[in-house]
Design a protein around this ligand. Structure first.
Ligand code: ZN
Length: 335
């Protein structure tokens, strides 16, 4: 971590070496600022390697030609039919996107998936859809997608990447280079470190989302609950404060500080019960306030703008987009 990195008070404050900050996404208490080390074998996920068939320790009965033929047939079936399909399934535990040979056919496929599952993408003007698809392709190329307790399917990395691209659509730097790996769990999972159950969290080991909860977030795009956007909001903070920095990142961090200046009084007022606009999970700490704000910003921008106009304006400037407007982008020179 660069020594000149500055942190918002109360936001990412990494401990030396072994930090994996854990975030609970609407599930029990946050374990913010605890110094924990995540090992994936410590998750409530187990891998069962293929176990070889045990050979009988005694000889086959003599003269049983039928059994021998049966054994040979079984072995052939295993070698040529069952084992290859198992290998194929195992390969799908990890997806490493590669640049396609044919860009346009991939774009058509991505467009179909995103039109079906991502309302933000679906509502974009045509010229922005092209830009969005390109960014999804580029984002995916920088990541490895690891699947836990589930078999990966090709559309899953596309939809998960789209949550990140949506959040950063107005920003010039959108790849979140700090992260190489995105972990997809079938559903909620338990970390052994504290026996707490999570729908998602972000740590230096990667971005983690439960697929079931991720899909629920986009299935109901008006309830201000969206796990994908929530975790990507945390990931964006990580990338801004811990990732490599360039001119645009510095500018983004300045705007992040301006957002914090506007947001903290609102956060304090919410904690004192003076105002209640967002989901109460925002009260956990200021980082959750940020992530929950992002969910509401995209899923109910009109109410957000009406109830908290100054904070809404800060978020528009921070992310250089206005989800309440059809064109979304504010300043195309910054994007
Ligand atoms: Zn969170």
């Amino acid at each position: 971590m660069p020594p000149d990195t500055t942190y918002l008070p109360g936001t990412i404050q990494p401990m030396p070496d072994q930090v994996g900050l854990v975030d609970s996404a609407r599930w029990k208490d946050s374990v913010w600022q605890q110094s924990v080390q995540l090992h994936f074998d410590s998750l409530d996920i187990s891998y069962r390697p293929y176990e070889d068939q045990q050979r009988p320790s005694y000889p086959l009965p003599e003269g049983t030609m039928f059994l021998i033929v049966l054994a040979v047939l079984s072995l052939s079936a295993y070698l040529y039919i069952i084992r290859p399909s198992q290998r194929e399934r195992q390969q799908k535990m990890v997806i490493r996107p590669r640049a396609p040979k044919d860009d346009s056919s991939q774009e058509i496929q991505f467009d179909q998936w995103l039109s079906r599952y991502n309302p933000y993408y679906n509502a974009l003007p045509a010229e922005h859809k092209k830009r969005f698809l390109h960014r999804v392709q580029q984002f995916m190329l920088t990541k490895e997608f690891r699947f836990h307790s589930m078999v990966g399917e090709d559309y899953i990395p596309v939809l998960v990447s789209a949550a990140a691209v949506q959040l950063t659509f107005g920003l010039r730097n959108y790849r979140m280079d700090y992260f190489d790996v995105i972990h997809i769990m079938r559903k909620e999972y338990v970390l052994n470190i504290n026996q707490e159950t999570y729908y998602g969290h972000v740590s230096k080991n990667g971005i983690h989302v439960s697929w079931k909860k991720f899909m629920e977030g986009y299935d109901d795009y008006n309830d201000c609950i969206n796990l994908g956007l929530h975790e990507m909001a945390h990931a964006l903070q990580y990338d801004a404060y811990l990732g490599l920095e360039d001119h645009h990142d510095r500018y983004f961090k300045e705007r992040l500080n301006e957002y914090a200046a506007e947001g903290r009084p609102v956060f304090r007022a919410m904690r004192q019960g003076l105002t209640y606009v967002m989901d109460e999970y925002a009260l956990e700490n200021f980082d959750e306030f940020w992530a929950v704000s992002v969910e509401m910003f995209f899923e109910n921008p009109v109410t957000f703008r009406e109830k908290l106009p100054n904070l809404y304006q800060e978020m528009c400037e921070l992310l250089n987009q206005d989800p309440a407007e059809p064109g979304k982008l504010l300043n195309s020179e910054l994007a």
